[in-house]
Ligand binder design. Structure first.
Ligand code: ZN
Length: 306
């Protein structure tokens, strides 16, 4: 399953991660909305219906200084696509996502002689697992396995599990990654003001359990903005020296007329990037509401510490 290209890319990724802090890109969903994605529409279908827009967003993040580009596959697992009646497109959606990210990385890399990596994004199923809900562990596993197999054969360099609340669910996704690939995998959960996930998982518990289950890195993303995630990451760093990742939201959004506004400015995000550097967080980027301007501001801070 692991071809030579994969192997070289992987060792390059690990080498670079040891040398310096890496910048991961910002939001895809809110950027697609800016470009016309309607609420209720499947964002991942845009890999097929609007590939030029997905490509344009990848290119903007590379220009901004991102070392890692996440594929537009956050909701492209078997369970979620089945619910939307798009299960027949699972292969195309995931394959195209990797192709679009790789194409932009290659063309940017050739022009500027820089290396960047394709990170396969995996999110929650959107269903509630048994015993509280109807989704069985087996169904969840199969839904992730289908997606991961396509991402792996399409040539992603690593996997990032993002925005999980339920420890059981992220562990199932992690197991599916470990059993279907040899790729580096980062596991990130989403915390609220209580500094726990909505399922009551603390940063310490996430670190302990996810590293034990084989994650190469653990982290926090989305949520209520950079200050809260700074507190979460401080608690994670207090108990581990292993790789950590952070992708904060650009704050808690509010409505102005009909427009959703994310309050955290690129400048504020840059200040937090400095704090995450001090904490020795290994991968720093953004989640919902962040733009290429936010990532550029983060990259300028991170690269100052090279
Ligand atoms: Zn988010």
């Amino acid at each position: 399953m692991l071809n030579d290209r994969n192997r070289t890319q992987q060792s390059n990724f690990w080498e670079l991660l040891q040398q310096r802090i890496l910048v991961i890109d910002g939001a895809m969903g809110t950027m697609l909305q800016e470009n016309g994605l309607q609420s209720g529409e499947c964002p991942e279908m845009w890999n097929i219906t609007h590939p030029e827009i997905v490509s344009k967003i990848h290119a903007a993040y590379l220009e901004a200084g991102a070392d890692l580009i996440l594929t537009n596959t956050f909701g492209a697992n078997g369970v979620k696509l089945k619910k939307l009646n798009f299960q027949a497109h699972l292969k195309d959606i995931n394959q195209e996502a990797v192709r679009l990210a790789r194409k932009e990385i290659n063309s940017y890399g050739e022009k500027h002689s820089v290396e960047a990596f394709v990170a396969g994004s995996l999110g929650p199923t959107g269903e509630i697992l048994e015993p509280f809900g109807n989704l069985t562990n087996q169904e969840a596993y199969q839904g992730y396995q289908e997606q991961i197999r396509v991402l792996v054969s399409a040539g992603v360099d690593l996997i990032v599990l993002e925005t999980f609340y339920n420890l059981d669910e992220i562990k199932i996704a992690l197991k599916a990654v470990k059993e279907n690939s040899n790729l580096p995998v980062f596991a990130s959960m989403s915390f609220d003001e209580s500094l726990k996930t909505i399922y009551g998982i603390s940063p310490e518990k996430a670190v302990e359990e996810l590293f034990r289950e084989g994650a190469d890195g653990v982290g926090a993303n989305c949520g209520s903005g950079p200050e809260l995630l700074y507190q979460v990451l401080s608690r994670m760093r207090a108990i581990t020296d292993a790789p950590l990742l952070v992708e904060p939201n650009a704050g808690i959004p509010y409505l102005e007329d009909t427009k959703v506004i994310y309050p955290t400015t690129p400048q504020e995000m840059a200040e937090y990037a400095g704090k995450f550097v001090q904490l020795r967080v290994n991968i720093i980027g953004g989640c919902c509401g962040t733009t290429p301007e936010h990532i550029k501001a983060i990259a300028q801070v991170v690269k100052r510490y090279d």
